[in-house]
Design a protein around this ligand. Structure first.
Ligand code: THU
Length: 140
């Protein structure tokens, strides 16, 4: 199942909503992600921090974990949107971090990845384009 522009818009809305659940008292960056699996179902995630800053969790990988838990080995990623907000509610442009990019290509190198640009409009690119020269097991 492919993801239309209307489906992508729905993911933008769901990512914005998911960011409201973020637990981000340290960075104060509230991140939400909403993904659409190949089955057409939508899963969301938010960032969850803790006092040991480096081991907090990103929104994208939280959404992926929810999808894998629900769909198991069959899960394939069709599209994901990621949104970020400041404490005062201002939308900020972000792109997925490096670790999340590796997780995105694991489940869908051709997946569409949407994020806000500095002018507030959404841009969609492929997961593949976000992580050239990525790590792959050389013998698999
Ligand atoms: N964050 C995400 O949730 N996704 C990303 O792709 C980049 C960063 C979160 C992690 C941390 O809670 C906060 O944003 C600042 O790095």
């Amino acid at each position: 199942m492919s993801t239309s522009a209307a489906d992508m818009d729905a993911l933008h809305t769901r990512a914005d909503a998911a960011a409201q659940s973020a637990y981000a008292p340290y960075s104060r960056l509230h991140v939400g992600a909403a993904l659409r699996s190949a089955s057409g179902r939508i899963y969301t995630g938010c960032n969850v921090e803790n006092a040991s800053f480096s081991i907090g969790g990103c929104a994208e990988r939280a959404a992926i974990a929810a999808a894998v838990q629900a769909e198991g080995q069959a899960f394939r990623l069709d599209a994901i949107a990621v949104a970020a907000f400041r404490d005062d509610g201002l939308a900020l442009p972000i792109t997925p971090c490096g670790a999340c990019r590796q997780a995105l290509v694991e489940f869908g190198a051709d997946a569409q990845v949407g994020f806000r640009q500095p002018d507030g409009t959404w841009l969609t690119v492929s997961a593949d384009a976000l992580l050239p020269y990525r790590f792959c097991f050389p013998d698999r």
